[in-house]
Write a protein that binds this ligand. Structure first.
Ligand code: ZN
Length: 92
């Protein structure tokens, strides 16, 4: 089956998760993770590919090398923004 995948989205979600793991003081609920990913993705170029399930990893790895620094920077900034102003009450 062919799928339309924004490779950048896959990489940003991955990176947000990784950074959250080492920042226990930040909220890691799904709402915050998606907010963080949205902010980061708006700063990065989209990179859509048509791919099969098995090829997704191959495509993401190639792009990861190219954009690693940009992705980490965008994700880190997004985490700071959402961490300071989560879109929900603090105790959620
Ligand atoms: Zn949250």
């Amino acid at each position: 089956m062919f799928r339309l995948v924004n490779v950048m989205e896959v990489l940003v979600m991955e990176t947000v998760e990784e950074i959250l793991k080492s920042n226990k003081n930040l909220c890691d609920c799904l709402r915050c993770q998606l907010d963080m990913a949205a902010i980061a993705l708006n700063k990065l170029p989209t990179n859509y590919v048509v791919t099969t399930e098995g090829e997704v990893l191959l495509r993401t790895n190639a792009l990861k090398q190219q954009f690693k620094v940009d992705i980490i920077r965008a994700a880190t900034e997004a985490l700071e923004v959402v961490g300071k102003h989560p879109h929900h009450a603090k105790n959620q």
